[in-house]
Design a protein around this ligand. Sequence first.
Ligand code: SAH
Ligand code: AVI
Length: 320
Amino acid sequence: MRDTAPAATITAPDTADFARALLAGLSAPAKSIPCRFLYDAAGSALFERITELPEYYPTRTETRILRERAVEIARDAAPGNVLIEFGSGSSTKTELLLAEMHQLYAYVPVDISPAALTDAQARIKQRFAQLRVLPVCGDFSHPLALPAEIDGRPRLGFFPGSTIGNLTELAAVALLANMVGIVGSGARLIIGADLKKDERRLIRAYDDEEGVTAAFNLNLLKRANRELNADFDVGQFDHLATYDARHGRVDLYLVSQTHQTVNLLGKRIAFAAGERVHTEHSHKYDIEGFQELAGRAGWRPLKVWTDAEALFSVHVLEAA
Ligand code: SAH
Ligand code: AVI
């Protein structure tokens, strides 16, 4: 991600990537679909609804911490800095920081969802008319071209939401190490990490009463029907959330209700009754464990804040 390029327009990711990943994931003995495909326009809209659910504590808890600490965080953004946000989504939490960061050179939201980026850019431009907003649409786990305009400028990283928890430990360390290269030695990263807690509370957060998380998960199959002309009978799959205490993570699955066959890109994919398709990991950390993980990637812990119930943590890290 060190390379830079002219400011890109927001373009939709190519469907070939989805096609390849879906075929590979559904042909494996233990079926899975990478979670980055949850976020097409419909998925991003469903995620926004999740953030408002009474059961989904992470968004409102992290927002509260950021609101309380925004002035302190803004002191880390020296005049002329570039704020780079990973998995920016609606950029709602970012507004809290931008309101206190008065002399930024630019805000660079990075996201895989063109719909989320387009909406966020319009809203941010409206509220912060003087701010240079340079969106980058792409997968943050792969090398990405950042806008040439920010070349050589000091940077501050922002990675809220506990989106880091959606990566396996190995991938999380690799991404965090990549971020050291992106922001540069001595620069800081503000990162949210969801905390371990009572298993029932976790399951409720990922299997809400209203069924919004189920719709978010099942949208993967609808997306395959829309974009790849597959013929998933979405009503024949259930949403399942489990907690894996050994790995400290919530896992989401789509479960086939019956024995069924689906046509996908000229292939017939068979599902046994009760067979699971893994769709998302959501790791939960303790503070020391998260700092240790970040340390392996070259980050030094500077500060950490949590809420009164110790549901969620926000860390300030410094690149070694
Ligand atoms: N930061 C927001 C949104 C979190 S949802 C918040 O805290 O509420 C996760 C976001 O990361 C989504 O907007 C999704 O589109 C994006 N995302 C997921 N995987 C990604 C990837 N591999 N590369 C870039 N963006 C990704
Ligand atoms: C974006 N990410 C941190 C969310 C989470 O909590 O793992 C995605 C999500 N999946 C289901 N609900 C929310």
